[in-house]
Design a protein. Structure first.
Length: 255
């Protein structure tokens, strides 16, 4: 599949919010989201992508992000939550891309997770790059969220301490927040990078808000081969809880 020749139009980006047709495979709720983003040279990020995906840019930059999130009530549709299975924690590393048809989405470098069944299921059924990890998180009386993750086989822990700040509002079209957060398509590739799939998700637009970050770690970026060398994030925000549906993967054929 050739890379996309033209980046998505604003109309294409807005159209991604529409609920897709097709079977829903998972229902979930995402809570306590923090988004830390660094701008990056587009050519560098492009070199990390599988064939068929083109780096998406905002203000002339590619963007890479780290996102801690509390996953709640994750389950197949019409199946009730399962104690000790449906609630877990994730730490994802991502960038922003579009395909040969100009459809915008997310490409995950990794999704660290502390639920072994979720890791194995997502790898096999959704082709996502999940990694086993030890993760602990909690919220103190002042509303500070403490989140620490250590990937299996790694000696280094990634720690985040953050506090969302009201008020929250939907991101306006054309803003950095819209570019970074309003993404409803996930792109995945097999281990050889030869077969691409797209996974649609559907949820209400994020209610985005500022966040105070007391502690953050760049080690997840280094594990993805992208080293910020101590540079602080270029964009920080948080988002309120959303309920999301995940649809069955779609095999992308050559354009």
């Amino acid at each position: 599949m050739s890379a996309g020749l033209y980046p998505p139009t604003e109309a294409q980006r807005l159209a991604e919010r529409q609920r897709p047709a097709g079977p829903v495979v998972l229902w979930q709720r995402w809570e306590n989201l923090l988004f830390l983003h660094w701008h990056w040279e587009a050519a560098t990020v492009q070199s990390t992508l599988p064939t068929g995906l083109t780096v998406d840019t905002h203000d002339g930059w590619a963007w890479v992000g780290i996102v801690p999130v509390f996953m709640r009530d994750v389950r197949p549709r019409f199946v009730p939550p399962v104690p000790l299975v449906s609630d877990f924690l994730e730490l994802n590393v991502r960038t922003y891309v579009y395909d040969a048809w100009g459809r915008p989405g997310i490409y995950f470098y990794s999704l660290d997770c502390n639920q072994p069944l979720a890791v194995e299921t997502a790898r096999r059924l959704l082709y996502l790059r999940y990694e086993h990890a030890d993760i602990a998180a909690g919220i103190n009386d002042q509303g500070w969220i403490n989140f620490t993750s250590r990937r299996k086989g790694s000696a280094e822990a990634a720690t985040f301490r953050y506090h969302p700040i009201p008020p929250a509002a939907e991101a306006a079209s054309g803003t950095a927040e819209f570019f970074l957060l309003e993404r409803y398509r996930l792109f995945t590739a097999d281990e050889a990078g030869e077969r691409l799939h797209a996974i649609r998700v559907c949820h209400a637009p994020y209610q985005v808000q500022p966040a105070q970050v007391y502690e953050w770690s760049e080690s997840p970026l280094r594990q993805a081969g992208l080293d910020p060398r101590g540079r602080a994030p270029d964009h920080i925000c948080a988002a309120q809880t959303v309920e999301a549906e995940t649809f069955a993967p779609e095999r992308l054929e050559s354009s």
